[in-house]
Design a protein around this ligand. Sequence first.
Ligand SMILES: *Cc1c(COP(=O)(O)O)cnc(C)c1O
Length: 409
Amino acid sequence: MKEYPTFVTHLECSYTGKKYPADQLHGLSEAGKPLLVRYDLEALGKSISKDDLKDRLPEFWRYREFLPVRQSENVVRLGELMTPILPARKTQAKLGCGEILIKDEGRLPTGSFKARGLALAVAMAKELGVTRMAMPTNGNAGAALAAYCSRADIETFVFCPEDTPKVNIEEIAFQGAKTFLANGYINDCGRIVGEGKEKMNWFDTSTLKEPYRIEGKKTMGLELAEQLNWQVPDVILYPTGGGTGLIGMWKAFAELEAIGWIGSKRPRMVAVQATGCAPIVKAYDEGTRHAEPWQDAHTIASGIRVPVAVGDFLILDAVRESNGFAVAVTDEAINEAHKECAKEEGILLCPEGAATLAALKQELISGRIKKDEQVLLFNCATGLKYPMPSSHERIDLSKPIDYDFIANC
Ligand SMILES: *Cc1c(COP(=O)(O)O)cnc(C)c1O
């Protein structure tokens, strides 16, 4: 496999700025905050041009210089293709707003954008000699971890809240992870992983508790900028659980500006949550930099049912610096947007993706999103993993076929 130059200089505590050496295994910083990977951006910028990308495969490994993996032999591939950006023209006409674009991440391996983060986390774990990984998950992260680890010959333990969608539980187990259901929330599962570290000798792959999932999610920002010809949209609506993607994209835009590939314009970053679990929205509204744990979290959008986010301040900083905001939508609004988008656009969203459309509708009315702004929504997973309301009719073959009935359905 071709080797690429790498530019990682060190890691840095996202809270205190304290530096940590690269090429060593790290979890959280001493301050208990996420670590961010830092690069020699000047050298990076000199080593690659926008044109160089044209000759590379349409997959996110095309951004290798922006990523931490040093040895290509540690790259674990399952087909990390660039995901399409689809215009939603009918919805745009109906809402009378600026261009609506949907980045459909459901095409990635294991059917969700968790593949981006976990492909990187697993490649780095392999590079740093990890042989056993563990994680708490609401579903998609566990599936991606299981798939990449099985492929990389790394043993995995995955802990899910017991109301995790069944399809997720089974896909995790089926793809080779030792899978457990616990009668609590994702933070309770996180405690099992954290407290078991010594005894089980596993690497804690929880959201933001290792430094590389952010780097994987960063490729969403690099990719969408490239796809939009090095322009960024006016607004990005991101369904926010742990916030890895929002934080990762924010980092991508800063790195792209540092090497002169984009200007200083940033999308307004909007963190979308569900009214049944909206810790970031509450903190945003109250003007604080940290979110309090959300009690009795509930929403059909399980990917954003995250009561505690370690990177809360990183999400809130990006939202505020970008002049965006945080907003919650109801499950009813999610269901309605889910159905409309499937029926009218032929795009089967996941509930979390539908939440971003629901938020767009709501905020066009409130005026926080302007009618002339170009908006990019994230559909984070394939809609096929989620239950759909039943909406078909039956035909009884023991009777004559009633075509009038068929025509009028
Ligand atoms: C994980 C997940 C999210 C939330 O992503 P974060 O970057 O962790 O905030 C949203 N939707 C789906 C389907 C997910 O799996």
